[in-house]
Design a protein around this ligand. Structure first.
Ligand code: NBY
Length: 827
């Protein structure tokens, strides 16, 4: 073959750079309608416009994508690989348009055809490839890596069905399949040339040559193909475009032709169905490990594909894997990709011939691990039998790693109890592999996601490993991207701030501090309040359209949106609502502050109590909203199907943000940051990142109540129960009595008996213990809301002081302290 001629890509290097004026954009949109979609502009439907606009924007992203990729390759800079089972991205078009600064011109271009940009943007389905905070953090981090110039690649799974769609039927959650890909996905590029075989099962052959260490060869019984799909992630001002590479599973042989030809038409497709099942659905659990074989297959599938891809790229640019850790940082987003530690060891030792100790050194220097939970039920541990059957060689490697770690611990003087605590194998309930321990020992850095959470990691789940490796744990407090969570979701506030302090904060969000003094400026406060009022109006319209409930934008919008979980205590919020309902009726003469309590969130389909909490919220809403004696002083709304797009409407519309988890249990929270950045006041416990919000906001600007993490631990040791508190607290007792008497579920009065009896018998989540403090703080907020000047002044301080909670800051810390990569890298 003759040498390939050098072909310059068009785009960024064409003599004329692309014009971004409305005329050019309008012409190009019509060109896309005509030649890519094959529709006459006059016959174009809404979705055709969405596709055409997306393709025009995409061309501009590609113009930046090539140079970004070239720059990293040519510079030889270290790349960061973020391995995550979840990327909860939401819509992509608005983010891309905003980051490319094209909002004005595209809006203008579309107007020429009588098409509204906002309408077009709202047609895009959410990419909901995640459950909640962990997945959304991965999406914020991808955007921030591109915005801060970190050469990052995200690796994950291209689920055909993302997080389920939630409907509420007669008050209860119903789960329906999510189908984001039905209209095709213009953002992704299938890369058939980047596909890898992934093995499962089979056996390990050991070859022993005299005088040499034994060689192990894994002979898998099954193989499936991992095919890459790439999505560009464009950073702020288009400066850098990174790649999100998601793996899709396919059968190596699409059809078993012999079976088909002999008449077994179903059997001919069994293999291909089995392969494709691996990437078909996202597991909808955020607080307990799924424990099924398919889940372990998913974890290994995407870990193994990503590592093969990383190694292939590295060897394309370097002579060997000796310098892997100088050129590659791999971050494990929780333990879901932790099997990567064993897989990289297998590749280094079995495939690339490294001796064990050298391979271990490379592996540890390459990986970092982020922990997102201390909840015991969420810690992944796989039955040894299952692990061994699916991944026999990786199991051997884990045993060997374990032997090394245990030897080291014994030499350090660890006793039997300490050794069983650090062991990668749980010898207790039926022998299991502990993925947290594997991720910990296989990484050079392990981090928690808020200061408190990191301290608790050291004291609880990783107490003994921390003693063995005292330098390894560090903190990296979460953040959120200010592009999506301020600029895009709240253009009104962004405009007002730009007018007031100039546009500098758009490039450096900590400059929001310049607005802090404006809290004392009455004219500014009024404009700030007007923006909030307009955003509340927009949410009120949505609620009226979707649920036919009328709410007053003048009332306090008191909002709790997040996954439904006992530790997040939506139940506490509902009980407080019932107590307030009782008091409003008992004391009609009092000057009650009108309040709308808004809830949204999904329960894991198998989580019975969480589903009961959803049902209760809906039952209470129905009774309260239809009771004329409440005189609209209290409304309760449960908005179905909480997702990223709904959050973008909710965050800017809140007066009050509920962050009321049992202290010690919410690792960080990120919704807390989105609300406060948009000027909501927080009522919350000293938990997760609320603790640091208190430090940054000052105690006058956040409303903290309840037990501390230490106090919760203490009460749990004392076998605390709710009974005596309930007996002594009439407000609480009356609310619980009403629930138990079936006031909210007359058709099925026993529906909530177990929820209530849990409070009497143990109150594990400290709902009774914290009720009174919560109630009193709510009433304090009622009073404050009546003094709008004081409320709005605190709201301004919230926005002005939240800049530090940007994911740009988080990413810079990871880059400096863990990855040694990105601009200003420390070698
Ligand atoms: O991660 C969340 C934490 O609860 C929250 O406090 C924190 O702010 C956020 C980002 O650090 N954790 C979370 O969202 N976890 C999951 O979604 C999740 C998903 C799957 C599984 C466990 C947890 N799983 O075991 O399958």
């Amino acid at each position: 073959m003759s040498a390939t001629p050098k072909i310059e890509p068009i785009g960024a290097k064409v003599p004329e750079p692309r014009q971004n004026d409305p005329d050019t954009l309008a012409r190009q949109i019509v060109e896309k309608l005509t030649y890519s979609i094959c529709k006459h502009p006059e016959q174009a439907r809404k979705y055709d416009w969405l596709r055409a606009v997306t393709l025009v924007v995409r061309d501009r992203i590609i113009d930046h994508w090539f140079p970004s990729t070239d720059r990293v390759r040519d510079s030889g800079d270290k790349r960061v690989y973020y391995l995550s089972m979840e990327f909860l991205i939401g819509r992509m078009l608005r983010d891309a348009i905003n980051n490319l600064q094209l909002t004005g011109p595209i809006r203008e271009a579309l107007k020429r055809y009588n098409v509204e940009l906002d309408m077009v943007e709202l047609l895009e389905p959410d990419a909901a490839l995640g459950n909640g905070g962990l997945g959304r953090l991965a999406a914020c981090f991808m955007e921030s890596m591109a915005s801060t110039g970190v050469p990052g690649v995200g690796y994950g799974i291209r689920y055909v069905h993302g997080f389920f769609r939630q409907e509420i039927a007669e008050g209860a959650q119903v789960e329906l399949p999510e189908t984001w890909l039905v209209h095709g996905n213009p953002w992704e590029f299938e890369r058939r040339d980047s596909s890898y075989e992934i093995g499962f099962g089979g056996k390990v052959l050991t070859q022993q040559e005299p005088g040499k260490p034994p060689r192990h060869v894994w002979r898998p019984a099954e193989r499936v193909l991992a095919v890459a799909f790439d999505t560009p992630i464009v950073g702020w001002r288009g400066s850098q475009v990174n790649t999100l590479r998601l793996w899709s599973a396919q059968a190596v042989d699409p059809i078993l032709l012999d079976a088909f030809n002999s008449g077994d038409h179903i059997g001919a497709l069994v293999e291909s169905n089995k392969a494709e099942a691996i990437t078909r659905v996202l597991y909808p659990a955020d607080s307990h490990q799924a424990g099924q074989e398919l889940r372990l297959r998913q974890e290994y599938f995407f870990s193994a594909a990503s590592l093969q891809d990383i190694i292939r790229r590295h060897l394309g640019e370097n002579d060997s894997l000796d310098n892997l850790a100088d050129k590659v940082a791999i971050q494990l987003n929780d333990t879901h990709p932790a099997v990567s530690v064993a897989e990289l060891m297998r590749l280094l030792v079995d495939v690339h011939g490294y001796e064990w100790a050298k391979a271990w050194e490379i592996t540890r220097a390459t990986f970092g691990y982020t922990n997102h939970t201390l909840l015991p039920e969420a810690l992944e541990h796989w039955p040894i039998n299952l692990f061994e059957r699916l991944l026999p060689r990786q199991m051997q490697i884990i045993y060997q790693i374990n032997a090394d770690v245990i030897r080291e611990a014994s030499q350090t003087g660890f006793d039997g109890a300490q050794i069983s605590a650090i062991s990668l194998i749980d010898e207790g309930n039926g022998r299991r592999v502990r993925m947290g321990q594997l991720a910990f020992v296989g990484s050079h850095a392990v981090n928690g996601v808020s200061a408190l959470h990191t301290e608790l990691m050291k004291e609880t789940v990783f107490r003994n490993l921390h003693e063995l490796y005292p330098e390894r744990i560090q903190n990296k407090t979460n953040g959120v991207t200010p592009r999506r969570w301020l600029m895009e979701c709240n253009p009104g506030l962004t405009g007002l701030l730009t007018e007031a302090i100039g546009p500098g904060f758009l490039d450096d969000i900590e400059k929001l501090r310049d607005a802090d003094g404006l809290a004392d400026d009455a004219a500014f406060r009024e404009k700030f309040a007007a923006v909030k009022r307009a955003n509340k109006g927009r949410l009120a319209d949505l609620i009226s359209d979707r649920l036919a409930i009328t709410i007053d934008p003048g009332a306090i919008f008191d909002i709790q949106v997040k996954r439904i979980h006992e530790y997040k205590r939506q139940f506490l919020n509902i009980i407080e609502a019932i107590a307030l309902y009782n008091q409003i009726r008992a004391h009609p003469e009092k000057d009650w502050t009108p309040r709308v309590k808004i809830f949204a969130g999904k329960a894991a389909p198998s989580y019975v109590q969480a589903k009961e909490i959803i049902h209760l919220a809906n039952d209470v809403a129905r009774v309260v909203n239809s009771d004329p004696s409440v005189r609209d002083l209290l409304k309760i709304v449960f908005i179905p199907n909480y997702n990223v797009s709904l959050a973008e409407i909710i965050m800017p519309a809140a007066d009050l943000s509920e962050q009321i988890s049992t202290a010690g249990l919410e690792a960080s929270g990120t919704g807390n940051m989105k609300f406060a950045l948009n000027g909501a006041l927080t009522i919350g416990t000293l938990d997760g990142a609320n603790v640091e919000m208190l430090e940054h906001l000052g105690e006058d600007n956040i409303f903290i109540f309840g037990l501390t993490a230490d106090e919760v631990a203490q009460r749990r040791r004392e076998a605390h129960s709710g009974r005596s508190i309930i007996d002594e607290t009439p407000l609480l007792r009356e609310a619980l009595d009403a629930i138990s008497a079936g006031v909210f579920a007359p058709e099925s009065p026993a529906r909530y008996h177990s929820l209530v009896s849990n409070l009497y018998n143990n109150d594990w989540w400290m709902i009774c213990a914290d009720f009174e403090a919560y109630w009193n703080t709510q009433r304090e907020l009622d009073g404050l809301f009546l003094t709008q000047d004081a409320w709005q002044s605190k709201a301004v301080h919230n926005t002005a002081r939240m800049g530090w909670f940007s994911s740009d800051r988080s990413i810079r810390e990871y880059a400096k302290d863990i990855w040694q990569a990105g601009p200003g890298k420390v070698r």
